[in-house]
Design a protein around this ligand. Structure first.
Ligand SMILES: CC(C)(COP(=O)(O)OP(=O)(O)OC[C@H]1O[C@@H](n2cnc3c(N)ncnc32)[C@H](O)[C@@H]1OP(=O)(O)O)[C@@H](O)C(=O)NCCC(=O)NCCS
Length: 248
């Protein structure tokens, strides 16, 4: 589930929210750093009650109301706490019901939206013509966007024509839909004599807006070619023009 789908569910059908799904969404889309946080009478030291820490941080990040925040705890809130009002378990939920946002304080920010690695090399919109019969965008179309962006990156680093010779670790993480903006990020991760490896990540903004999501990643291997089509040495870093961004 995407963060947006979860936020819609919290607003429209809060009684269907599942705690495990909430954790999955947060772990997939955010970097988490443990921190001390206070919640009413409860002081949670760094690294303890991490589920509560993540939920409060996620809810604060998205400006959720107290009722919507409680819904993120799923059955822990609906069954364990509401079903047993005089219980003493789930202290963070029970305290939040008493003191709400006024009682929540983080020592430092626990969540940060995950960001793409590499340089944004191309951007395009996925169109109807690029779909498969199921209505999702063809994997082959995404792959060609990645190959093009990686080729730009490798060609600039090699200062020469490059050809794709291999592809490693291709992973289609999430589907791409019509109307998504596809951003392709590239980074040189290895330079040999004539070959270069480019790490490529595709991220989308759904329906042209919304939170960025990583949809694919892979490592493309290229070889630099001379005028005769023979492999040629990649120039040293010091010989490159300023616009080439590479540490290798
Ligand atoms: C790229 C090509 C010219 C290399 O020819 P070659 O005779 O193997 O050249 P070399 O022996 O000089 O090797 C060149 C480099 O390519 C690497 N390499 C060649 N084929 C490779 C492969 N399949 N996988 C990984 N690396 C490969 C070698 O390790 C070497 O790397 P290095 O110089 O950094 O040490 C040839 O394989 C080719 O034309 N391939 C087709 C490329 C193409 O058309 N791509 C588009 C597909 S639609």
């Amino acid at each position: 589930m995407t963060p947006h789908a979860l936020l819609d569910q919290v607003k429209d059908t809060p009684s269907l929210v599942d705690f495990t799904t909430v954790m999955d969404v947060i772990n997939t889309h955010y970097e988490y750093t443990p921190t001390l946080f206070k919640n009413g009478d409860v002081e949670n030291s760094s690294g303890t009650n991490e589920g509560s820490c993540k939920i409060f941080a996620f809810a604060k990040f998205h400006h959720l109301s107290e009722a919507q925040t409680l819904a993120l705890f799923g059955t822990y809130y609906r069954d364990d706490v509401l079903g047993n009002p005089s219980g003493s378990d789930h202290a963070n939920i029970r305290n939040f019901m008493q003191t709400g946002w006024a009682g929540v304080r983080f020592e430092s920010e626990p969540l940060k939206a995950k960001a793409p690695v590499g340089r944004l090399t191309t951007r395009t919109i996925a169109m109807q013509a690029d779909t498969n019969p199921a209505g999702d965008i063809f994997g082959g179309w995404v792959l060609s966007q990645m190959d093009m962006a990686a080729g730009i990156c490798a060609g600039q680093r090699a200062q020469a024509r490059v050809v794709t010779v291999a592809l490693d670790g291709m992973s289609f993480i999430k589907p791409v839909h019509v109307g998504d903006i596809l951003g392709v990020y590239t980074r040189i991760v290895r330079v040999g004599r004539s070959s270069l490896d480019v790490h490529v990540e595709c991220w989308v903004r759904r329906s042209r807006i919304g939170i960025r999501e990583k949809v694919t990643e892979a490592v493309f291997k290229f070889v630099a070619l001379d005028e005769q089509g023979q492999s040629m040495a990649v120039p040293p870093l010091g010989d490159l023009p300023e616009y080439v961004e590479s540490d290798l």
